[in-house]
Design a protein around this ligand. Sequence first.
Ligand code: CA
Length: 261
Amino acid sequence: MQFEFSALTDVGRHRKNNEDAVLIEADHGLVILADGMGGYNAGEVASALAVDVIARELKPGLTKSGEFVDVRSLRRAMEVCVSNANRAIFEAAQTQEACAGMGTTLVMAASLGQSLLIGHAGDSRAYRWREGVLMQLTRDHSLLQEQLDSGLITAEQAAVSPHRNLVTRALGVEENVLLDIQAFNVLPGDTYLLCSDGLTDMLTDSQIAEVLTAVPQADLRATRLVERANANGGHDNVTVALMQVVEMPKKSGFVAKLRKY
Ligand code: CA
């Protein structure tokens, strides 16, 4: 599958630092997005470490002659590189005073043939936009999601909950982390959106869908989504990454020739 990529990260309207990190490796069909947390600049260190380690370890296998020949081997490689990123952040947090307590969420997408593998830990999300319908593909690892699942609070209460940003899973917090990985079959016309909670705390799903409906171009979509998050308050750093399937030209020449004779 061929994709068009676009990504944008913005500090928002209230924060001094941008602790989000995003990386697109278009030639490798890889997108990595991380939302760091921790005092001083530690959140930035954690999210940058996650993106760097994962990209470095995964890229060589995601080439035409790469070793990831099937979904299974790619899935395994994602688990290994995220485990290594987790350990790198955890060890820095344990040994460097300025990094104490840091961690980061992660959402990543890796393309292999017709498949797209999406991995995540924490409350950074992936969505799919297909035929005018927006679907959330990831389930937040957050206290809020747990409260929703157990029926302790309603969706209305969740929208104003003070626990919005408490994640129950992140890289660098414990010695090991479990990455949720799902494989999706990509269809022509699909768009995949990865984002930090700075987008989804400020925009409802229907507001995200409005932007995707109004604007078809990947780069403009990224710009508009960030603008909209800031217009709605911009309480946090906001990061978006889009992967849009590039439509292949129709093979009309062959049919036309047949008809001619
Ligand atoms: Ca955030």
